[in-house]
Design a protein around this ligand. Structure first.
Ligand code: BV8
Ligand code: ZN
Length: 249
């Protein structure tokens, strides 16, 4: 893997690093991406599933989709890319990991502080009283889970199209992007906003922005360096370079 001298030096010395991950970082764990060739969206339309109106119209269909994804996520494991980022977090003073993924794999790989921009599939809440409900199971008999307290419909705690992102998480991600000297955009097609605005914010604030992705994306022409390849192969190499000049923080 060829990287520039500037990138290598920042990996070894940068005090503040910010990372944005997307579905591509979980692909090698066996979790389908959205827009790649075998992506989820190639068969289903996001507007039919990942939005609140679709949920109100067909809560059972949306729950069936999330239940299917929950089952896959429970069967898969973090891959080398997730572990590499968890190792980097231990070596860098100011390290911020922001993810668009809802699969919990960064936390399962040992990352201590994960900013979840689009929520987490393992959490659900009642749309009426807001009560969080752990481990919701949808069955053939009970296709739409209801709240034990008020009888309201329970929904996955994920951010759908047209919904605001958790404000505190977004603000913390934006300020990390603004102060970092190195920004890594990993496994994301960079089409969904405001998440895709993070690498651009970092660039505007003077960070060196590197994209690691299987193919070129909407922001490839805007970043400083693009590494085309698998996150599971590239990230461990970057963590090794980091290790050569850093110890545990
Ligand atoms: C909001 C739900 C305020 C959770 C998701 C017009 C222009 C611009 C923006 C908008 C617009 N109209 C509306 C908007 C705003 C809209 C938006 O951005 N739309 C886009 C699509 C045009 N955004 C919103 O609505 C957001 N809310 O803005 O609120 C507002 C309110 C009203 C109106 C306007 C604004 C909410 C966004 C969150 C939506 N929820 N999912 C879930 O079910 O998961 S989005 C969905 O896409 C996922 O969350 C996912 O995380 C996200 C991004 O996808 P990626 O992670 O990038 O995945 P993708 O498959 O696309 O790419 C994977 C990449 O990995 C590929 O490039 C592939 O090549 C690569 N790859 C594959 N394997 C590997 C790999 N790379 C490395 N290694 C590998 N092995
Ligand atoms: Zn309730």
């Amino acid at each position: 893997m060829m990287i520039s001298g500037k990138f290598e030096s920042l990996l070894k010395t940068a005090d503040s690093i910010c990372v944005l991950t997307g579905a591509g970082i979980s692909a090698e764990s066996g979790v389908a991406t959205f827009r790649g060739t075998d992506g989820l969206w190639s068969k289903l339309k996001p507007e039919e599933l990942a939005n609140f109106d679709a949920f109100l119209r067909n809560p059972d269909i949306v729950w069936e989709w999330y239940n299917h994804r929950k089952q896959i996520i429970q069967e898969v494991k973090p891959n080398a890319a997730h572990y590499a980022l968890a190792a980097m977090e231990q070596m860098v003073k100011d390290f911020t990991l922001t993810t668009q993924n809802i699969d919990n794999l960064h936390t399962r790989a040992g990352s201590k502080r994960v900013l979840e921009l689009h929520g987490n599939i393992e959490r659900s809440y009642c749309v009426t009283c807001g009560k969080f409900v752990p481990d919701v199971v949808v069955t053939r008999e009970q296709r739409i889970p209801h709240c034990g307290d008020c009888g309201g419909v329970i929904r996955p705690d994920v951010v759908w199209f047209g919904e605001m992102l958790p404000q505190d998480v977004l603000e913390e991600s934006m300020s990390a992007a603004a102060r970092c000297s190195l920004f890594l955009s990993i496994g994301t097609s960079a089409v969904v906003y405001p998440a895709a605005g993070l690498p651009l914010k970092a660039r505007d604030c003077g960070a060196y922005v590197v994209e690691i992705n299987l193919e070129r994306t909407e922001i490839s022409h805007l970043v400083d360096e693009s590494l085309i390849g698998k996150a599971g192969e590239i990230l461990p190499q970057l963590a090794e370079i980091m290790k050569t000049s850093r110890s545990q923080k």
